[in-house]
Design a protein around this ligand. Structure first.
Ligand code: ZN
Length: 206
């Protein structure tokens, strides 16, 4: 279906793996999949080529974009607009899209499926710019669930600095080790007590 989809989840919720499985699915059916990722995420640049890789081992080459790119131009550059019927756009780490890029993708989604995968909120539990606009104008929004250490649903992407939850700093700081997904209750507990992140929570206090 030609729609704008937003699949969001906390870190470690297999968003990228699901993006890559979706890509595989479309390719098996003979569609051309254009996989995009923000240039801001340099974790997986391999031999100069951008790679979208998941923690369970799936990976694929991707087209990088930065905040200045607009998707109408990219669709033209990669000839996506020459055969809308057989083309699909998938965006990984879509939280880094700008508001206007999401609006550009919305226009493209009138012609072909556009599937966006990413985080909903930053380490301060606030919406990313791209995610906010996706929530506002996507046709379909779906959560990809993952669990906190305590067993509840993880919704917060806490940034960890020296074992403690950070409350200030830049919004964008790429890298797995500095983040931990957790439920809001565990997040609050660690924040209020300033406890080391690796000390298990006594969840019975809630
Ligand atoms: Zn928890």
């Amino acid at each position: 279906m030609n729609k704008l989809y937003f699949y969001y989840g906390a870190m470690g919720s297999s968003k990228t793996a699901q993006a890559l499985m979706c890509r595989f699915n479309y390719m098996q059916k003979g569609f051309n999949v254009f996989l995009f990722k923000p240039v801001i995420d340099r974790r997986t640049v391999k031999d100069g080529k951008a790679i979208v890789g998941s923690r369970i081992g799936l990976s694929a080459k991707a087209i990088e974009f930065d905040a200045l790119d607009d998707f109408k131009t990219l669709a033209n550059l990669y000839k996506i607009d020459q055969n809308f019927e057989r083309n699909v756009i998938i965006i990984d780490e879509c939280q880094f899209l700008t508001r206007s890029q999401v609006e550009g993708l919305k226009l493209l989604s009138f012609h072909l499926p556009v599937l966006c995968y990413g985080l909903l909120t930053n380490y301060k539990t606030e919406l990313f710019e791209g995610s906010k606009r996706l929530v506002e104008i996507a046709d379909k929004i779906q959560e990809i669930k993952s669990v906190c250490d305590c067993g509840r649903k993880a919704t917060v992407n806490a940034r960890i600095v020296n074992g403690k939850i950070a409350q200030s700093g830049e919004e964008i700081l790429i890298g797995d080790s500095e983040y931990k997904s957790m439920c809001y209750k565990c997040y609050l507990k660690k924040l209020q007590t300033n406890e080391d992140i690796n000390k298990p929570n006594d969840v019975t206090i809630f």
